[in-house]
Design a protein around this ligand. Structure first.
Ligand code: NAP
Ligand code: GCO
Length: 266
């Protein structure tokens, strides 16, 4: 019974940017729960490498090229999935980028590029997928938010603007589509060891020290740490969870400035 609650048997799941990192871990987890996996990317070689990696894990992923920011590309890609795999039951808006540039140094175009991928793309893709979910009176949308959905940090203004916006887009989608039995939620990962954080995850780097000392769990998260929350939000188990962001962060958002070993108060 409890296993059935989290089953994704025969569900069609699209995980955008699921060629590595968090997206791939979530897609593999969903495949294990029975879902048929579709992933996109903009580069053919990355898609091919991902296809092989999925195959090694016993997953026959449907891979296709489309840029999440281009409406026509998205339309063509989703039509292809619908024709070859089936209508999408689960959409994970995972594709994302970050630019760490202080506001005064950031070009307007750089700011817009982040907003396009991290905020406008989930709007474009969800709008393309939702009408079919509405018709079928069933669907799950998971938006990859961030701790930057609720906090700022120096040098990530565009990213925080996008992820803060994505949290509220999640809430608005819930307001408009919950009545059609569609659940739209976000996952807010803490600091996770992927390509996106590679440059700041180096021994001795001040940011690495910050993550290690301020995260109550005392470690970086692994992409696989996100799978449980994704299964909850994608399955029957999450049928009455709507418009929420589930933070999977080793406790760092719960911690007001505590530095392990430095400011212990007894
Ligand atoms: P990642 O390893 O950099 O993966 C991001 C994925 O998005 C890649 O597959 C990338 O493709 C794809 N992508 C980027 N632009 C795209 C576009 N225009 N069209 C299609 N695909 C595109 O990042 P990650 O750490 O796994 O992050 C996944 C999501 O979680 C992102 O939304 C990120 O902001 C969010 N997140 C990450 C962390 C963290 O600590 N890592 C924390 C909170 C939230 P290419 O490989 O071809 O570039
Ligand atoms: C940064 C990090 C973050 C994380 C994540 C936090 O530079 O602050 O890369 O943005 O990736 O989004 O939840």
């Amino acid at each position: 019974m409890s296993i059935e609650l989290f089953s994704l048997k025969d569900k069609v799941a699209l995980v955008t940017g699921g060629t590595h990192g968090i997206g791939m871990a979530i897609a593999k987890g969903m495949a294990k729960a029975g879902a048929k996996i579709c992933v996109n990317d903009i580069f053919a070689d990355k898609l091919e490498a991902a296809k092989q990696e999925y195959k090694k894990n016993g997953v026959d992923a449907f891979t296709l090229i489309f840029d999440v920011t281009k409406e026509e590309d998205v339309d063509r890609g989703i039509s292809q999935i619908e024709a070859k795999v089936g209508p999408i039951d689960i959409l994970v808006n995972n594709a994302g980028i970050i630019k760490r540039i202080p506001i005064l140094d950031m070009k307007v175009q750089e700011y817009k590029d982040v907003i396009e991928i991290d905020l406008v793309a989930p709007f474009i893709i969800s709008r393309r997928v939702a009408p079919s979910m509405i018709k079928r009176r069933a669907g799950k949308i998971i938006n990859m938010c961030s701790m930057m959905s609720v906090y700022g940090r120096n040098s990530v203004s565009a990213y925080a603007s996008a992820k803060g916006g994505l949290k509220l887009l999640t809430q608005n989608m819930c307001c408009e589509w919950a009545k059609y039995n569609i659940q739209i939620n976000g996952i807010g990962p803490g600091y996770i060891a992927t390509a996106q954080t590679e440059a700041i995850r180096v021994n001795g780097h001040p940011f690495n020290n910050l993550v290690m000392t301020r995260t109550p769990a005392g470690r970086w998260g692994e992409p696989e740490d996100l799978v449980g929350a994704a299964l909850l939000l994608a399955s029957k188990a999450g049928d009455y969870i709507n418009g929420q962001v589930v933070y999977v962060d080793g406790g760092i958002l719960a911690n007001f400035g505590y530095v392990a070993g430095e400011n212990d108060v007894k």
